[in-house]
Design a protein around this ligand. Structure first.
Ligand code: IPM
Ligand code: MN
Length: 367
């Protein structure tokens, strides 16, 4: 199989982590007879500084020709916050209709979690974050600016269409995750009733009574199409408690854009931090984009000190999304072996350099 991959290395440590991911992808393509064509795309902060361009409509159109996009990180200390985020990253997510932000939360063996007494058995779930709606769309405005009566408004707006396709994805994902043995967090009664996995809606229906009531009703409707998947509801603040106290209660969490952003930073810390947290911006019918959750890490740029595992795992998610499941699993298993040799997931504390980590992952790939 041949795949055309758009590469946005980005700024800061972005290029360093993407280079390691490409190294691993090149190696894996030999083992699994894949042809991966990489095209470097300069859509980053550096270009914005030089030209004032973030991302043009033509460039966006051009991105649709790729089978997938791999992105390092975008950001620049000299650019006002918000310009690159909205002008590049969010524009890509919205315009390519990548309506799911998939964030697997998995603690690997030998990786430090700040939660005492929790093991890889306990921290293994997936957050399905809605990625094109909610507070992020910029419904709102500011009037009477700079007067004492000024008003700023930003609204959480969700259509049933947006909620439904996200919730449906979450249930489908739960189904895909547990094809034979039921998920271990299910109760005896649920297993008796033929349940195999569970979707937890994370919301705030007690306060956001319109938006999360819509989500709840959609859960009820869509849930009927998935008799083998149990579901429940937990308020977002309680989700934060459970993520620390009993992360093993989660299988799939589905939630809106803003809550999803916040809880996945917390979740990433429990799995060892930004160095090991990948994500996928998914449009099941179009071009999807894979990226590490972490940012540009300016203080570590150019030092061969940043952890490339998150980006390598993002590349594995990309292959899985493209249907190359074996190749994807091969990479994940090689990363699992690699982290056994690392001192820490934190930049500059790994006990080896960025390129060493990439080389080690390559050496553990199975033929
Ligand atoms: C993330 C990031 C982005 C987001 C920022 C950079 C716009 O925090 O991918 O989680 O809020 O979605
Ligand atoms: Mn975030």
């Amino acid at each position: 199989m041949t795949y055309d991959i758009g590469i946005i290395k980005g700024d800061g440590t972005g290029p360093e982590v993407v280079n390691e991911a490409i190294k691993v992808l090149n190696k894996i393509s030999e083992h699994h007879s894949l042809t991966l064509n990489f095209t470097d795309l300069p859509y980053d902060g550096q270009r914005y500084i030089e030209t004032g361009i973030t991302l043009t409509d033509d460039e966006l159109e051009g991105l649709k020709q790729y089978n997938a996009i791999l992105l390092g990180a975008i950001g620049h200390p000299d650019i006002k916050p918000g310009i690159l985020e909205r002008g590049i990253l969010l524009k890509l997510r919205f315009e390519l209709d990548q309506y799911i932000n998939l964030r697997p939360i998995k603690l690997f063996k030998n990786v430090y979690t700040p939660i005492k007494n929790k093991t890889p058995d306990d921290i293994d779930y997936v957050v399905v974050r809605e990625n094109t709606g909610g507070l992020y769309t910029g419904h709102g405005g500011c009037t009477m600016k700079n007067t004492e009566h000024e008003i700023a408004e930003q609204a959480m707006v969700y259509s049933r269409h947006q909620v439904e396709r996200c919730v449906r994805f979450a249930f489908e994902h739960a189904k895909k995750r547990h094809t034979d043995t039921p998920w271990k967090g299910l109760s005896e009664k649920e297993i008796e009733n033929g349940k195999k996995g569970k979707v937890t809606l994370c919301g705030k229906s007690n306060v956001l009574q319109y938006v999360y009531d819509l989500w709840l009703r959609v859960m009820e409707d869509v849930g009927k199409d998935f008799p083998e998947i149990a579901w429940d509801y937990v308020h977002v603040d309680a989700v934060c408690i459970y993520m620390i106290e009993c992360p093993e209660r989660f299988d799939i969490i589905v939630t809106g854009n803003m809550f999803g952003d916040i809880i996945t930073d917390l979740a990433a810390v429990t799995q060892g931090g930004m160095g090991i947290a990948p994500s996928g911006n998914i449009n099941p019918n179009g071009t999807s984009m894979f990226e590490p959750i972490g940012g540009t890490a300016p203080s570590f740029t150019g030092q061969n000190a940043i952890n490339p595992c998150a980006c390598i795992l993002a590349a594995a998610m990309m292959l899985d999304h493209l249907g190359e499941t074996e190749a994807s699993n091969n990479i994940v298993q090689a990363v699992e072996k690699t982290v056994l040799k690392m001192d820490s997931m934190l930049a500059a504390k790994m006990g080896m350099g960025t390129t060493d980590v990439g080389n080690l992952v390559c050496s553990y790939l199975k033929n």
